[in-house]
Structure formats: C-alpha cells, structure tokens
Design a protein around this ligand. Structure first.
Ligand code: PHE
Length: 340
C-alpha cells in the first residue's frame, strides 16, 4: 500500500538525514527537523494522507504512523544529544602554540626620563612637575617674552579660547617656581628638574613633532657660573648616553630668559659618517637665568644667580638608541617600541 511504504521510507530517510546532519552541527539538525517534521514538512503531508484514508485502511496504517512518528522523534533527540556532546568535548590540541601573553615594555622616553631624573636626584635636584595647559604669563610673560616679542613666533602653539595655551616649553615651570619665592612659599637656594610634554604648532617630519618631551633643569644659588652649567650637562650626557664618544660643543645663542645664552650640540665620534649623529646635532638650549626673570618672580638678582637648560628628550633618546625617526615615539607601533 502506497501510504505505508511512504511512511516507512520517511523513517529510513529521517534516520540517515539526522545522522548525516550531526557531522555539520546543530543548525543542520534543525534544518532536517523542519524539512521532515515541521509544520509543512513531509510528515505533515503523510498525516494528511492518513486522515483522508478510508476507515479500514486506518486500522493498519495507524500503528505504522505512530511507529514512524516515534522513530523520527528518537532520531531527532539522538542527533541533538550527539551535537551537544560533540560541542562539549571539542578536542583540545595540546600541540598548538600557546597564546602569547602580551607583556608591555616601558616606553623608551619613559626609560630615559627615569635615568635623567635619577642623575639629577643624585646631584641634589628635586623632581617637580607643571601643567600642560599653561597661562601666557608663565609660558611667556615672566620669561621676558612680552606680548609683541618676536621670540613668540618661534614657539607658536595651540591656544584655548580662554587665552590659555598648551605650554611650548618646560621653562614655564621655571616661572612657576620663581613666583613661589615671591609668594613666600620657597626660598633659594634650590635645584629643580622637570621632565614633561610640550607642544608646538610644528610640521611633523623625521626630526620634529608637534608634541615632544623636554627636560628642564635649573639652579638658583650664590656664585653659580657657566662652568657649573657645563659640568652639569656633561655629567648628565655621560650618565644617560652611556658611551665615551660623545663630543660636546657650546654655541652662543639667544633666549630671552637667559643671559648669556647658549646652544649645546653633540656629535658621536666613533659612528659611521652615514649616521646622522656623526655630524653636530643641536641638543639643548641653556644659559644663565636672566636677572629680569629672577626679579619677575621676586628673587633679588644681585643676591642670587643661576643657570637653566632645556633639552629634547626625544633627541637624547634617538642618540642613545640610534633611532633615525622621531615619529616612532608617538607612532604606537609595538614592533618598534618593544625593542627597547
Ligand atoms: N625653553 C627653551 C626652548 O624650549 C630651552 C631653554 C631652556 C633655553 C632653558 C635656555 C634655558 O627652546
């Protein structure tokens, strides 16, 4: 009889289809269930055929239909159980490489900054800090750079709508320190060093960035001379660069907040001529603190003198590690940064 054959064929097909779907996964098992047992699936058609069959046929077909339905349910349940079991004990391949743990490294600038701070601490300096967002007064005015002074052109920066600015140099921290003296909160002598970010409106290339790091050191004491300044700079360079081929040269230069002022260049004497640092590279500005700057803060320049210097940490780090391009420091490429 047609219907009973169809029922038995469905049973066989269902068992094979569910068994096959197990290999593919839960979604495949579900697809088979819908095709065979769903609301418009094959079983439904056969049930409709059964309902339309004459009474005597129903008596023989009934048990077959029930048997097929049960078999389908069992095949479905078995397939679902197998899929779940397979998901639960997915094999672990112990020969796969371990998922690496990403242990960070200290940024090269931070490493060298820590060494610089260490050297200055050993020379009796206090390590201090200052704000990145600075007032015109501290960044320029108190440093003998009045509003119309052309020295401002060399240090254009990012201005906020309230007239504050992103500091162009750590010398702003000098002004803040000298004001503490005028406010009666600090008395000379003192030696201070600050390492911090500075900002300039600058086109970025291999040796310039709009955001970089400076080290500013300054001393106010009695009978301080240029010899102390040079000695201090040499001590720092020897300790930080850790090489014995560093040649240092002083050139007269102008900064409104020092008098006399100098620029210090360095060169490495034992590197190949293709190395940028085999030629003189400007490293820092320095000088004796201008009497006007001291008196702006309330320090009597006839009683006290001092020196100050400011240098680019990126450049120092580039010399130390033979790095050719300043952009690696803020580039965030871990392949570069992990080398240090
Ligand atoms: N502030 C100067 C600059 O950024 C460097 C400097 C610091 C020069 C201290 C003299 C004394 O260019």
């Amino acid at each position: 009889m047609g219907l009973s054959d169809d029922l038995l064929r469905l049973k066989d097909e269902a068992e094979a289809a569910f068994a096959g779907a197990v290999a593919t996964g839960a979604a495949a098992v579900e697809a088979v269930r819908i095709a065979l047992m769903g609301r418009s699936g094959r079983l439904k058609d056969l049930e409709e055929g059964f309902a339309a069959a004459p009474g005597p046929d129903k008596r023989t077909l009934g048990p077959i239909l029930n048997q097929v339905k049960t078999a389908l349910k069992e095949a479905l349940a078995a397939a679902q159980a197998k899929v779940t079991a397979k998901e639960n004990d997915a094999p672990i391949d112990v020969t796969l490489p371990e998922q690496g743990r990403h242990i960070g490294t200290i940024h090269p600038i931070s490493q060298v900054a820590a060494e610089v701070e260490q050297v200055f601490t050993s020379m009796g300096y206090e390590v201090i800090d200052g704000p990145h967002i600075e007032q015109d007064e501290f960044n320029f005015g108190r440093l003998n750079i009045p509003a119309d002074h052309p020295a401002r052109d060399a240090q254009d920066t990012f201005w906020l709508s309230n007239g504050d600015l992103l500091r162009t140099h750590t010398s702003a921290v000098q002004s803040r320190t000298y004001k503490l003296v005028g406010d009666g909160k600090l008395t000379p002598p003192f030696r201070r060093v600050v390492v911090g970010k500075v900002f300039r409106y600058e086109a970025v290339d291999a040796t310039h960035d709009n955001t970089f790091t400076q080290v500013e050191g300054f001393v106010v004491d009695k009978e301080i001379t240029v010899a102390h300044l040079i000695g201090t700079i040499r001590t720092m360079l020897t300790a930080v660069l850790k090489r014995d081929d560093v040649e240092v040269r002083l050139r007269p230069s102008f900064f409104p907040f020092v008098e006399p002022g100098f620029e210090v260049d360095v060169r490495l004497t034992s590197v190949e001529s293709t190395n940028r640092f085999s030629r003189w590279v400007e490293l820092l500005g320095c000088g004796m603190i201008h009497p006007k700057v001291l008196s702006a803060g309330g320090i009597d320049p006839t009683q006290w003198q001092g020196f100050a210097f400011g240098l680019g940490m990126e450049r120092l780090t580039m010399i130390r590690h033979a790095i050719a391009d300043i952009r690696v420091f803020h580039g965030g490429d871990l392949r570069s940064l992990h080398q240090f």
